[in-house]
Design a protein around this ligand. Sequence first.
Ligand code: OGA
Ligand code: MN
Length: 201
Amino acid sequence: YTDIVLAANTLNTFFDHLAQNNWVLLPFDLKMASQLLDSATQKQKSGLFREARLAKSETHQPKIRGDSTLWLDEKDLSLSNSELAALHFLENLKENLRQYFRISISTFECHYACYSVGSFYQKHTDSSFGENPRLFSFVIYLNSDWSNNDGGALKAYNTENLELFSIVPKAGQMILFRSDLLHEVLPTQKTRYSLTGWFRR
Ligand code: OGA
Ligand code: MN
């Protein structure tokens, strides 16, 4: 699986990019992405996804954020093999981030997200406050084919509001960025799946 990404020398090159630019695009195993998509769509058919809420108001506000989510819990006995493998991969990535940046990262959390046609997520940051703030955000894209006309790009901006990156949510890649970066998901023209999460202090 995605252990290829974790070959120490290449991973350091990716982390150098993350340290310098506050974001990096990592490769992600296509077979694993397609198996995760199968698990996600099965669980969605069973009605397990919920309309996403905004932290502040605890309500679903599709004019700000239109996705539906399902949190992955490592203690959940119904996790598929690919979900277990993904959690294992993320645990590894957490350790590598911790060592490279010499910071404490105690944990991570993640959820599937599904944006139906027309939905989006307005400009925001993922940072949270309190004891275990979010340090790094990641999004693993699960969509096997995606063209530039399908919308749903993730765009991030620097403090001068200049675009830092724009990526289409196509499988085979994973974006990792500092949680305090301003970013947005543009309206999607196709159902858009991802596994999204955060490494926390
Ligand atoms: C989020 C988010 C980006 C994406 O869920 O907070 O910004 O590309 N997602 O799905
Ligand atoms: Mn976000």
